[in-house]
Design a protein around this ligand. Structure first.
Ligand code: GUN
Length: 298
C-alpha cells in the first residue's frame, strides 16, 4: 500500500512560512504584500477558488482584493481594470481567474499583466524564462502555482535531487499545468515525456514512468494497472462525479487501484489542491521582493 502524500499538511507548513516572510518583509521595509484577483462571470468553481485565495492571503498577512466583473464585460473594460491593478503600487501580485467567457481573448489579457506581478506565471515572458533559465524557482521567474506545488510534493517524497535522471510522464498538455510541469521536471534533471489525449499506447507509457503526473481532467481515467510498481503518482485532477445520488470529488487516477501499486500517491481532495493556493501566496511574496529589488529567496 502506497504512502498517501498529505498535501494539506505540507501546504499548511508552506503557508506558515509565507506568513513569516510577510511579517519579516513588512518589519524590514514597511511594505505589506498585496494580491489582487480579477474574476469575470458567475462560474461557481471560479468563485469558490477566488474566495479561498482571498481568505488564505489574508490569513498569511497579505492584503487580498477581488475585482468582480459581469460575464458580458467588454474587453476594453476588462483591460482597463487590469491596467489599474498593474499601475497600483499596493498590488504586488495579480491574476485573472480562468477560464474567461468566450468573447474575451485570454492571450491579450494575460500579456497585459506586468511580468513582475504575474503570480500565475502565465505571461509570455515568464513562460519563456521558465523554459530557459537553469533554476526558475530559485531565480526571479514567477512559476505557475499548480506545477510548483506538484514539484514540492515530489521533492517531499523523493528528497532534494531525487528527480535526477528519473523517467517522468506528464499526462495533459495545458498551459496551466502540463507544459509548465514538464519544464520544472526538466529543470530538476528528470527525463520527461509530455503525453496527452492523442498519445498512442498511453497505458504502456504510464507503466514506464517512475514519476507520473496526471492532469487530463477526466475522472479516474488512469487505471491502477497502468501504474508502474513503486512509482510516485501526483494526481492534479479535480472531477465531480455523481454516484448513487451523491456527489463526490475524484482525481484523474483511479485512486484505490493505483495505491496498491504506487510507492506514494496524492489523494483527491487533500493532495495537490491545497498546494496551489499556498504556492500562489509564496509567489506573491516573491513578486513583492522582486519589485523591492530584494533577492527571491527569503
Ligand atoms: N483556473 C484554473 N487554475 C487556475 C490558475 O491556477 N490560475 C488562474 N488564474 N485560473 C485558473
Amino acid at each position: 500500500m502506497a504512502i498517501i502524500i498529505d498535501g494539506r499538511t505540507i501546504a499548511q507548513s508552506l503557508r506558515r512560512r509565507v506568513a513569516e516572510e510577510v511579517a519579516e518583509l513588512q518589519a524590514r521595509t514597511g511594505v505589506r504584500p498585496g494580491l489582487a484577483a480579477v474574476l469575470v462571470g458567475d462560474d461557481p468553481a471560479s468563485h469558490s477558488y477566488v474566495r479561498t485565495k482571498e481568505r488564505m492571503a489574508r490569513e498569511a498577512g497579505i492584503a487580498g482584493r477581488v475585482v468582480t466583473l459581469p460575464a458580458d464585460v467588454a474587453a476594453e473594460e476588462l483591460h482597463a481594470r487590469v491596467r489599474e491593478l498593474a499601475e497600483d503600487p499596493g498590488v504586488h501580485g495579480m491574476l485573472v481567474q480562468l477560464p474567461l467567457p468566450r468573447h474575451l481573448d485570454v492571450e491579450s489579457v494575460l500579456a497585459a499583466i506586468p511580468p513582475q506581478k504575474d503570480v500565475d506565471g502565465f505571461h509570455p515572458l515568464n513562460v519563456g524564462r521558465l523554459w530557459s533559465v537553469r533554476d526558475p524557482l530559485a531565480q526571479d521567474v514567477l512559476v505557475p502555482c499548480t506545477p510548483q506545488g506538484c514539484l514540492m510534493l515530489l521533492e517531499e517524497v523523493l528528497g532534494p535531487g531525487g528527480l535526477r535522471g528519473r523517467r517522468a510522464l506528464v499526462v495533459g498538455r495545458s498551459n496551466i499545468v502540463g507544459k509548465p510541469m514538464a519544464a520544472l521536471l526538466l529543470a530538476r534533471d528528470a527525463t520527461v515525456t509530455l503525453a496527452h489525449s492523442r498519445t498512442r499506447a498511453l497505458a504502456e507509457r504510464c507503466r514506464e514512468a517512475e514519476v507520473l503526473v496526471a492532469a487530463v481532467g477526466r475522472a479516474e481515467f488512469i487505471r491502477g494497472d497502468w501504474i508502474r510498481p513503486g512509482a510516485v503518482v501526483i494526481d492534479v485532477g479535480i472531477n465531480r462525479v455523481e454516484e448513487a445520488g451523491r456527489s463526490r470529488l475524484v482525481g484523474d487516477v483511479a485512486f484505490r487501484e493505483a495505491a496498491e501499486r504506487a510507492a506514494a500517491i496524492t489523494p483527491v481532495p487533500g493532495g495537490v489542491g491545497p498546494m496551489t493556493v499556498a504556492c500562489l501566496l509564496a509567489n506573491t511574496v516573491k513578486a513583492a521582493r522582486i519589485q523591492l529589488g530584494l533577492p527571491p529567496a527569503g
